[in-house]
Ligand binder design. Structure first.
Ligand SMILES: NC(=O)c1ccc[n+]([C@@H]2O[C@H](COP(=O)([O-])OP(=O)(O)OC[C@H]3O[C@@H](n4cnc5c(N)ncnc54)[C@H](OP(=O)(O)O)[C@@H]3O)[C@@H](O)[C@H]2O)c1
Length: 332
């Protein structure tokens, strides 16, 4: 496993990290969750990503149990706040009240005294940015959070936050967590250039497009049994990528992967890691074999000719519009 700096900070993260959205506390049983975490640790993954909202807070509990007994100093644990964790009007968003209550819940469920990175899961259009950033800064002073970042923020929102942090002397954001894969490149035009200039990294989610880039979803055929597309929670999210044009083009990537001696999942993970602004690719898994397959992308170099062949195969199905990075107008 290779390691990269998180933004301009001193923190190192494993360039492949493990995330538990859709899986822990939901799609997979606790035994399988524990086996995946064990496989991740055995393969040298030290960075784990979760969120208060995953599986209605159960995912953090499962991860906390799975990591119990592992030396805390050998792990980087990331979590997030914003999406609703309860029915009340203050059980969501980035207010001082919700952030403070949510981080306490996360620490309890994860069975840890601090999280390494605390991320605003979306931009909250209903809370003054100063309030959020001051609260994040307070959590850093209290030692409950070591670094702060965001997820799915636009370049403009990140720039606003950096300006306030610099004016007020608050801790600066070190990272953004966007969706990024061969199929979804919306950060490249604006978010990445700003982040490079300002010292933030991307920690990218769904690098294999939730399984689509493994090539296991075939055009014109029902999804394979047990895959995310058949899961009641996950099926909804993956469905927009399951159209025959995308799936046919993905099948045409198979010779490129085969020529390089890579699995399709390894090619997809390696692809996001070619971007130097990416500190880590967060992989999900329902089975330990998937973790063991995907981690082999660490350290793989893809040359310009390979990258061009991939672009030629995928053609117009690649999404590049920066306007696709959106947070809800009102809190959900
Ligand atoms: N910040 C955000 O808003 C946000 C949003 C989404 C995710 N995330 C983070 O990113 C993490 C990863 O997201 P993701 O789970 O969508 O990532 P992903 O790595 O693109 O997809 C993972 C899924 O693909 C399938 N898969 C993985 N490896 C495979 C292999 N070798 N062969 C066949 N199938 C394979 C598995 O599903 P099946 O076996 O069920 O098919 C697995 O659960 C999340 O856990 C979370 O931490 C963040």
């Amino acid at each position: 496993m290779e390691f990269r700096h998180l933004g301009r900070s001193g923190l190192m993260v494993s360039e492949i990290s493990y995330g538990n959205w859709i899986t822990h506390g939901s799609q997979v049983e606790e035994d399988a969750a524990r086996e995946c975490v064990r496989a991740a640790l055995d393969e040298g993954i030290t960075t784990f990503d979760t969120a208060d909202v995953y599986a209605g807070t159960k995912a953090e509990e499962v991860l906390g149990r799975a990591l119990k007994g592992v030396r805390r100093e050998s792990l980087e644990i990331f979590t997030k706040v914003y999406w609703p964790t309860g029915a009340g009007p203050n059980d969501r968003g980035l207010s001082r009240k919700h952030i403070t209550e949510s981080v306490h819940g996360s620490l309890r469920r994860l069975q840890t005294d601090y999280v390494d990175l605390y991320q605003a899961h979306r931009f909250d259009n209903e809370t003054p940015l100063e309030e959020t950033l001051k609260t994040f800064d307070d959590l850093v002073r209290q030692g409950k959070v070591l670094y702060v970042g965001v997820s799915e923020w636009t370049a403009d929102q990140i720039a606003q936050a950096l300006k306030i942090a610099d004016e007020m002397g608050f801790d600066r954001l070190v990272s953004n967590q966007p969706q990024y894969s061969m199929l979804w490149r919306v950060i490249e035009a604006e978010v990445v250039p700003l982040s490079e200039k300002e010292g933030l990294s991307q920690i990218v989610w769904s690098p294999i497009a939730q399984g689509v880039l493994t090539g296991k979803y075939l055009p014109g055929q029902p999804p394979p049994a047990g895959s995310r597309a058949t899961d009641p929670a996950g099926g909804n999210f993956i469905s927009r990528m399951l159209n025959d044009d995308v799936l046919t083009r993905v099948q045409n990537l198979k010779p490129i992967a085969a020529d390089l001696g890579l699995s399709m999942a390894q090619l997809a993970v390696a692809w996001v890691l070619q971007n130097p602004n990416v500190a880590s690719a967060i992989i999900g898994a329902t089975k330990p074999e998937q973790v063991r397959d995907n981690v082999k992308a660490s350290g793989v170099k893809l040359d310009a000719e390979v990258l061009k062949k991939i672009d030629d195969v995928l053609g117009p199905v690649v999404e590049r519009d920066p306007a696709k990075t959106v947070s809800p107008e009102k809190r959900p």
